[in-house]
Design a protein around this ligand. Structure first.
Ligand SMILES: [Zn+2]
Length: 422
């Protein structure tokens, strides 16, 4: 068994945390921003230092590759992203890139024999926090392999026109041209020259920590649906109109939300998660009764039958009147549960066992680039414990020891698939 280098990992964590340092423990590093370019240059510098060849595709995804002993073997790729949300943490995404770098560095340093070329990769614009949507460039690169209803959200020309959420003018395409990282389409990840895909990521939840496990052997990304519930009432003056005659859309929506929680909780699935995180109201004036209110409803579970049961409850809201208001239920999008390649999952598990790393099977509740990559290549993920389960915020933290363990697990799983195949 081989292990990654704790001191080298600590140095990477410290170095990358400077790029976009927001001054209070976290980073803001939007895709293709000057801060993200610094992180990319650091990646390039460190990978060139170990003799890796750097390639960049047409949407700025970066690939650093060291050769293997078999000139005909396809590449094994380890990837994640260097961009962050606004005031995000020092681990989401970048840990997967640092772990991939660490694998290559360890292989070169220890002269570990391997047949396949090994590639560390950066996906562009995973968060979509400046230029929506999330997972934009894995969506573009994996486009031909994605299910029809997912791929319609990632048409190349549409993505290039995605506008900055800050200035509402600059497009992703313009930022890409300016970044200096627009390369050649021929370097895109594809099954012609890649064999399989790994992504190490922080868990972004509390399950590993609560169970006292350092590493998660991820088996799937949960299926989910996202709907919008819209409520239509009548606006009028807040001071003059009697309560019994009102059709208050906000009040209607609040009753429906409580109904949803009550009915869904009665189903009794402990692993089911659902969230209302986005809302809109009209006229949004404190002296007016709201005539319109809408809220989002995001629901995730592994089993499609469970999702169907919840969806039936959500849809039933449209059959009822809520405080005199009509309700409309509109689908935004959904995705099926994506299972990782079973052989790769078993190599990750074996590596944990052989290294003596405490671990467990875990599902991913969040979406990752690996999810799209899995339509192109056999893929899997490794999770590293997140302190207090926090992510997408500045207190996000994973210890250097846990991060290094994650890299060691990926290293050994990569060597297993290199030797034994899929
Ligand atoms: Zn991420």
């Amino acid at each position: 068994m081989y292990t990654a280098n704790l001191e080298r990992m600590k140095d990477k964590i410290k170095t990358f945390s400077q790029y976009g340092d927001a001054g209070h423990g976290g980073i803001t590093r939007y895709s293709l921003s000057p801060e993200a370019v610094m992180a990319r240059n650091e990646f390039k510098k460190r990978m060139e230092a170990i003799g890796a060849k750097i390639e960049v595709d047409d949407v700025a995804n970066m690939y650093a590759t060291i050769p293997g002993s078999d000139p005909d073997a396809k590449r094994i790729v380890m990837a994640s992203h260097v961009d962050s949300v606004r005031n995000g943490g020092n681990y989401d995404g970048i840990l997967g890139v640092m772990s991939a770098m660490e694998v290559l560095e360890t292989v070169v340093e220890k002269k570990i024999p391997h047949k396949h070329p090994l590639t560390a990769m950066i996906w562009t614009n995973e968060e979509g926090s400046l230029y929506p949507p999330a997972m934009m460039c894995s969506g573009i690169v994996c486009y031909d392999y994605l299910p029809e209803e997912i791929r319609t959200g990632f048409v190349y020309d549409d993505m290039m026109k995605s506008k900055s959420i800050i200035d509402h003018t600059t497009t992703f395409g313009e930022a890409l041209d300016k970044s200096g990282f627009k390369g050649d389409k021929k370097y895109r990840l594809s099954p012609d020259n890649y064999y399989c895909y790994f992504e190490t990521h922080i868990e972004q939840g509390p399950i590993l920590e609560d169970n006292g496990n350092d590493v998660g052997v991820v088996d799937c990304v949960l299926g989910m649906f996202n709907y919008t519930l819209k409520f239509y009432g009548q606006t009028t003056h807040a001071g003059t109109f009697p309560m019994p005659k009102r059709r208050d859309a906000f009040y209607a929506a609040s009753q429906a939300l409580i109904y949803l929680h009550d009915e869904i909780d009665k189903l009794g699935y402990p692993e089911l998660v659902y969230t209302t995180g986005e809302l809109e109201t009209h006229p949004n004036v404190h002296t007016c009764v709201p005539d319109y209110f809408e809220f989002s409803f995001d629901c995730r579970h592994e089993d499609p039958q469970v999702l169907d049961k919840v969806l039936a409850i959500v849809k039933s809201c449209a059959d009822k009147e809520w405080a005199g208001c009509k309700c409309e239920v509109v689908k935004a999008w959904n995705r099926d549960t994506v299972y990782w390649n079973k052989t790769l999952v078993s190599y990750v598990k074996e590596s944990c066992e052989e290294l003596g790393v405490s671990h467990q099977y875990i599902h991913s509740g969040a979406g990752h680039d690996a999810q799209f990559a899995s339509y192109v290549l056999p893929a899997t993920m490794i999770f590293v414990q997140s302190k207090d389960g926090l992510s997408h915020c500045e207190p996000e933290y994973s210890s250097p020891e846990h991060c290094t363990e994650g890299a060691s697990v990926m290293l050994n799983a990569v060597l297993k698939v290199d030797e034994k195949g899929l």
